[in-house]
Every structure is written in structure tokens, then in C-alpha cells.
Ligand binder design. Structure first.
Ligand code: NAI
Length: 464
């Protein structure tokens, strides 16, 4: 494509970076992929995959503990953390092997080391021995990802004050944990540890858990967590932490002190951009994030940005889609910009929370109160949910006489329903379009069908 060594030089091999590399190679471009750690990045090694494995082990523990409710004689004798970790690490290593093989088979050149943007189309890669090599690409894709954020005066030490990355490597079930932050990471770890038998307290500054979700979902999650014995302290702010003989003492701004064996810090993730040369090369940035347009182009010609360094949802599947979008553009195709509002979100706690599109509050703000209708269908009316003994709801947000603009779900396994919900949202379906679709019985998908029937004025069963 030019005098550059590669057509595409990607800095970072996480979800955004490796998806870009794979698609670019598939489209016949030569690709250099710079990575300081392992191919797969946060999602595969320290995020989505290992945490979901832990959550599945937690579900198995809950099933054993609650077996009597189904007439099955079983007891939960305990959690073999080494066994759980071996299962989790096995999942990660199989996926890692698959990804490594795929990258190799596509002829992608993996450049091991830390990359730094040292020219508009140039990345200097420094390997573990300190040797540096300058690499060039006709196009450069910044995909350096994110890392756990913390608060002033709060330094995770990996022993008593943990980030999610430390928590994934923990070799025991703690007796008690304070989870700072009731967002996605906080709720998922709180859920796992509670299932494993720990005493868990969540401290959240905002008035509710998973505050980005619809209020109805937060309310069910919070209620169910309380029933599970998780203490939820909302509108509670962290002030300080001290080590005690048995763990930590966490002081809140209210003056309350919470003692526990561990403190998990889950107050968000920040972009990993510092010291990577982006600013020096003139890449437009805002508070550490790289600014990019809807086609993931930065202000520098030929330089793109994908994944968690770009403001927006910090989700692997968004990074993935952005990586593919960039590769296709570079290859001369004309891909459509990503519909950010149509990106599904799932919190894989027990119960799960899943959503796509606008919350009721956001819809009212964008379209005005009079233009928004909602319908809430209780999973109590859904046979499969009864069988699973899960409670929760489906909440639809639609524009008056218009399409469904938001679908919100809470309950065990509802994450698996989000695919249908996103089609409804993506195709701007009206309730009348969905109502005639026959849903398999008994499935939780039926709850989506029933909710749309109800919204179309054809409710068969109870709804509110
Ligand atoms: P988050 O932004 O979802 O939640 C952080 C929470 O910490 C917020 O609710 C915030 O109000 C609270 N907080 C901040 N400062 C506080 C203070 N001083 N005292 C008390 N509470 C305070 O961030 P989280 O959970 O760390 O996750 C980071 C990113 O990783 C998110 O963007 C998330 O989307 C992504 N992620 C996604 C997953 C999924 O899709 N299932 C799983 C895990 C992470």
C-alpha cells in the first residue's frame, strides 16, 4: 500500500485490536500486531472470560446449595478454589490457544513488546530485554485498552485491597469483602463471592446499583441481592481504608466503619494511554481518552482508535465491532458506522441484568414524557422462569405509536435473551411486528413475546 512495513499496524491485541488484525488480514492486508502481554488482552485474560467462568462456578454452587427446593438431595460441601481456578484457567487457555493459532494462520506478524507512538505512522516496540525496534504502518490503529481505576489515597496492594485483576487470582474464598462500587464489576464479584459463602457488602455512591441501567432493573437486582444476604449500601461514599489485624477497616464519608477481610475496588476502568506517545504525536484526547469519530478515525490522517480508549461503553463486543469497522475501511470497503445505542449490555450476576437501547428515563429525556410508553412484564408469568425459580421482569420502552427503543431484562439467564431484544431494537420493530412471532414454549423468550403482545394490546397473561 505504501513504503510502510505493514498496511495496518495495530497497537494492542485485546478485543478491538485483534479483531481489527484478523479482519484486515482476511481482507488481504499485511498486519503487524503489537502486544506487551498476551494476545486477547483484558477480556480474555483478566475480564469477561475468567469472570464469567467464576460466575458459572458460582451458579453451580448455588444449584447444589438450593437443590432441596427441586427435590434433589445434594449438599454444598465447600468451594475448592484451586479447582475453580483450574476450570477458569482451562477455559482461558483453550481460547488463548485458539486465538494464537488463528492469528498465526492468518499471517499476522505479532510484535511482542510495549508499543509507543513515535511518529504519525510509526510505533516503537520495546521488548522485555529493553531492545527497541521502529515499525511503520500505512495505517495505525490505537487499541491499548483500559485498566482498573482507583480513588485518591486508595492504592490496591493485591493483598487486602484488590482490583478485579487481583480478585481473579485469589486462591481462597474470603470470609468477608467490602466491594467498593456497585457497577458491573462490583455486582459480578459480589455475586460470585456470596455464592461461594462470603459475607459481602457493596458500597455505592449513587442511589442504586448498576446505575446506567433502567431503574426497574436496579430495583430488582438490589432486592434479590438483599434476599441473598448481600448488604447493599447506596448513597455511601468511600472515605479511607486502614489495615487491621484481620483485614481492612473501610471508613465511609458518613463516618461508618466496615470491617472485612478484603476490599475490592471496582470504581470504573480508565483508558490505558499514558506514556504511549499519543499526545506528543498530536492525537486529540480528552481526559486520557482518544477522541474518534463514528468511523473510529482520530484527528490524524491514517490513525484510528478502537475499544476502551474511545469514550463510550467499555465492552469487548463494542471493541470487536470497531476493530472490524476500521479494517474494512482501510481495505476500501464502506462499512456502516456502529449504532452505539444498539450495543447490548449484560451484567452476569445472579440475577442477570441485560439491556439494549434507551432506559425509560433516557427516552423521556430525549423524546419528552408524552412520547414514551412503557410496559413491564413480570417473569412470574413465565413458565420457564417458574421452573428455574427465578424472578425478574421484562420492561419495554417504546415511542407512542412508534418503535420499541429500549428493552430491559432482569432475572437468571436473561442475558441469553438479549439477542432477540437487540434484533427488535435494531430493526426498529413496533410491538405489532413482534406480537405475531411465535415463541417456543416453555422458554424465557416467551416473556419477550408476551410483553410485546401486551404492549400491542393483546395481552394473554398478567402484566402491569
Ligand atoms: P462502573 O462504572 O460500571 O461502576 C463503578 C461504580 O463505582 C459506579 O456505580 C460509581 O458510582 C461507583 N463509585 C465511584 N466512586 C465511588 C466512591 N468514591 N464511593 C462509592 N462508589 C463509587 O465500573 P466497573 O464496575 O468498575 O466496570 C468498569 C467497566 O468494565 C465498565 O465500563 C463495564 O461496562 C466494564 N465491564 C463490563 C462487564 C460486562 O459487560 N458484563 C463486566 C465487567 C466490567
Amino acid at each position: 500500500m505504501s513504503g510502510s512495513e505493514f498496511d495496518v499496524l495495530v497497537l494492542g491485541a485485546g478485543s478491538g485490536g485483534y479483531a481489527c488484525a484478523l479482519r484486515a488480514a482476511q481482507l488481504g492486508l499485511s498486519v503487524g500486531l503489537v502486544e506487551q502481554g498476551k494476545l486477547g488482552g483484558t477480556c480474555l485474560h483478566e475480564g469477561c472470560i475468567p469472570t464469567k467462568a467464576l460466575l458459572h462456578a458460582a451458579e453451580v454452587a448455588d444449584a447444589a446449595r438450593g437443590a432441596a427446593a427441586f427435590g434433589v438431595n445434594a449438599t454444598l460441601e465447600g468451594i475448592d478454589v484451586a479447582g475453580v481456578n483450574a476450570y477458569k484457567d482451562g477455559v482461558v487457555s483453550r481460547l488463548f490457544k485458539g486465538l494464537t493459532g488463528l492469528v498465526r494462520s492468518r499471517g499476522i506478524t505479532v510484535l511482542e513488546g510495549t508499543g509507543r507512538l513515535t511518529g504519525p505512522r510509526e510505533v516503537t516496540v520495546t521488548d522485555a530485554d529493553g531492545a527497541s525496534t521502529v515499525r511503520s504502518g500505512a495505517h495505525v490503529v490505537l487499541a491499548s485498552g483500559s485498566q482498573p481505576r482507583t480513588l485518591p489515597g486508595l492504592e490496591p496492594d493485591g493483598e487486602r485491597v484488590l482490583t478485579s485483576e487481583h480478585a481473579l487470582r485469589l486462591e481462597r474464598v474470603p470470609a468477608s469483602v467490602v466491594v467498593l462500587g456497585g457497577g458491573v464489576i462490583g455486582c459480578e464479584f459480589a455475586s460470585v463471592w456470596r455464592s461461594f459463602g462470603a459475607e459481602v457488602t457493596i458500597v455505592e455512591a449513587l442511589p442504586r446499583l448498576v446505575a446506567a441501567e433502567d431503574e426497574a432493573c436496579s430495583a430488582v437486582l438490589q432486592r434479590t441481592f438483599k434476599k441473598r444476604g448481600i448488604t447493599v449500601r447506596t448513597e455511601a461514599r468511600f472515605a479511607s481504608v486502614e489495615h487491621t489485624s484481620s483485614g481492612v477497616a473501610v471508613t465511609l464519608e458518613s463516618g461508618d466503619v466496615l470491617e472485612a477481610e478484603l476490599l475490592l475496588v471496582a470504581v470504573g476502568r480508565g483508558p490505558r494511554t499514558e506514556g504511549l506517545g499519543y499526545e506528543e504525536q498530536g492525537v486529540a484526547m480528552d481526559r486520557g481518552f482518544v477522541l474518534a469519530d463514528e468511523l473510529c478515525r482520530t484527528n490524524l490522517e491514517g490513525v484510528f482508535a478502537v475499544g476502551d480508549i474511545v469514550p463510550g461503553l467499555q465492552l469487548a463486543h463494542r471493541g470487536f465491532a470497531q476493530g472490524i469497522l476500521v479494517a474494512e475501511q482501510i481495505a476500501g470497503l464502506a462499512p456502516q458506522p456502529i449504532d452505539e445505542a444498539g450495543i447490548p449490555r449484560v451484567t452476569y450476576s445472579h440475577p442477570e441484568v441485560a439491556s439494549v437501547g434507551l432506559t425509560e428515563a433516557a427516552a423521556r429525556e430525549q423524546h419528552g414524557d408524552g412520547a414514551v410508553e412503557t410496559l413491564t412484564y413480570d417473569l412470574g408469568g413465565n413458565g420457564k422462569s417458574q421452573i428455574l425459580r427465578t424472578q425478574g421482569l421484562v420492561k419495554l420502552v417504546r415511542l407512542a405509536d412508534g418503535p420499541v427503543v429500549g428493552v430491559h431484562l432482569v432475572g437468571d439467564r436473561v442475558g441469553e435473551l438479549i439477542g432477540e431484544a437487540q434484533l427488535i431494537h435494531g430493526w426498529e420493530a413496533h410491538p405489532d411486528d413482534v406480537a405475531p412471532l411465535v415463541h417456543a414454549h416453555p422458554t424465557q423468550h416467551e416473556a419477550l413475546g408476551e410483553a410485546h403482545l401486551a404492549l400491542a394490546g393483546k395481552a394473554l397473561h398478567a402484566h402491569s
